[in-house]
Design a protein around this ligand. Structure first.
Ligand code: HEM
Length: 368
């Protein structure tokens, strides 16, 4: 049974699909979701949809000299790009909580413009698998008391598996975690053969990953709060990263997996809850990222990423309905309004302050 079958349709959705079609419903949901985010979260509360707690940094990416992945002119051997990255924690403003961690990369030293962006979270699989599933997730997730995914996880066990895979508590550094883009993208290389690609980042020196909880119980996983007698501060991971970059910088290995497209493709290839078999799809080195400076709070907060920042031959795959696995990236591609609303809010109300060291723990809002 595919994961998509866990989501049921309401009467209104059934009527809509019957009357107007699947693709139009997807478009309406994507636009409505972006407008709601912009009007109720990003502008008035000056927040990202998620990942507000983060730190930006800059350096360069050098594509490997002898690629083993299918040739692509954008990833020409030895090519160098300036990069900006942002490491963040979703969703709480407290590094010591059990959170999903992220690394987003843009191949430019600008806060938005870039020829290629990729956003990645910890964990090989995700918490949701289609627009339909994501919207259920958005409705059921909470923020109060540091318990975010309990209601969603109870209803959708695949979501629990995803949050178990992605949660990292007491990571020693953002640098030694593994980050996965999860959803596949188009990869149309120099040979004009259609393929799909997934990306990940690991530390360049293969330092072991920290912060994984072995076999957490369902409740342990749903309780993201700091542990009793926690000594780590709200900003400990960001401070560690600043110290590390000042001291020695950071090097990461950007890797790629490719899958040749076929006419009768199994839709599960696009399911971001299913890991591509590594024997058939080995991770191949794409390039080395070298980070040599961190960005201040204001520049980190202004730095933002988009699935639309990609060459056409490497971009988002088309989606046909709210159940299509590729509809996740369709939603993301249609969420630009949310980012613009957040940027506008800084012009109107001013920049949000840095996350204070000494304030309430386990919270996702400033000043509560
Ligand atoms: C598995 C799929 C997804 C992954 C891996 C992912 C990853 C990320 C990451 C890492 C960030 C933080 C970027 C930063 O540091 O600024 C982010 C932000 C965001 N994501 Fe996702 N995301 C996914 C799905 C979605 C979906 C389905 C939507 C639906 C619209 C979405 C909308 C957003 C928005 C609006 C932001 C904040 C943008 C901003 O204001 O700068 N994401 N995502």
């Amino acid at each position: 049974m595919s994961s998509a079958t866990h989501i049921t349709l309401s009467q209104i959705e059934r009527y809509w699909i019957h009357r107007f079609g699947d693709k139009l419903l997807l478009w309406v949901y994507a636009k409505l979701f972006a407008v709601m985010l912009a009007l109720f979260l990003c502008f008035p509360k000056q927040q990202r949809m998620s990942h507000n707690n983060g730190i930006g940094a800059a350096g360069k990416l050098r594509i490997v000299d002898h690629p083993e992945f299918p040739a692509h002119p954008f990833f020409a051997p030895g090519r160098e790009f300036p990069v900006r990255i942002r490491h963040a924690s979703a969703t709480f403003l407290d590094d010591a909580m059990n959170c999903i961690r992220s690394m987003s990369i843009k191949l430019s030293d600008h806060h938005f413009k870039s020829p290629f962006d990729i956003e990645m979270n910890s964990g090989e699989v995700s918490l949701f698998w289609s627009a339909a599933s994501f919207l259920k997730f958005a409705r059921l997730r909470g923020e109060k008391y540091g318990i975010e995914y309990r209601d969603y996880n109870r209803k959708y066990p695949n979501g629990l598996a995803g949050s178990m895979a992605a949660g990292r508590r007491h990571a020693t550094s953002f640098h030694n975690l593994h980050y996965y883009c999860k959803t596949p993208f188009l990869y149309m290389g120099s040979d004009n053969i259609k393929r799909y690609a997934k990306y990940r980042v690991i530390p360049a020196d293969n330092e072991p990953e920290s912060g994984k909880e072995e076999n957490p119980s369902e409740w342990d996983q749903c309780n993201q709060r700091i542990l009793p007698h926690e000594t780590r501060g709200r900003n400990y991971l960001k401070y560690e990263y600043e110290d590390r970059i000042r001291r020695e910088g950071a090097r990461y290995r950007l890797q790629i997996q490719t899958h040749p497209a076929s006419d009768n493709e199994d839709p599960e290839v696009f399911n971001n809850m299913i890991v591509w078999d590594e024997d058939a799809h080995p991770w191949q080195d794409l390039g080395i990222i070298t980070i040599d400076r961190t960005l201040d709070w204001k520049e980190s907060t202004l730095t933002t990423f988009s699935v639309n920042n990609m060459p056409k031959t490497l971009g988002v795959l088309p989606a046909k309905s709210i159940f299509d696995y590729n509809s996740l990236n369709y939603l993301r591609a249609h969420s630009e309004l949310a980012r613009k609303a957040r940027m506008l809010s800084y012009k109107v109300y001013g920049m949000v302050p840095p996350i204070p060291d000494n304030d309430n723990r386990n919270v996702s809002d400033w000043g509560v």
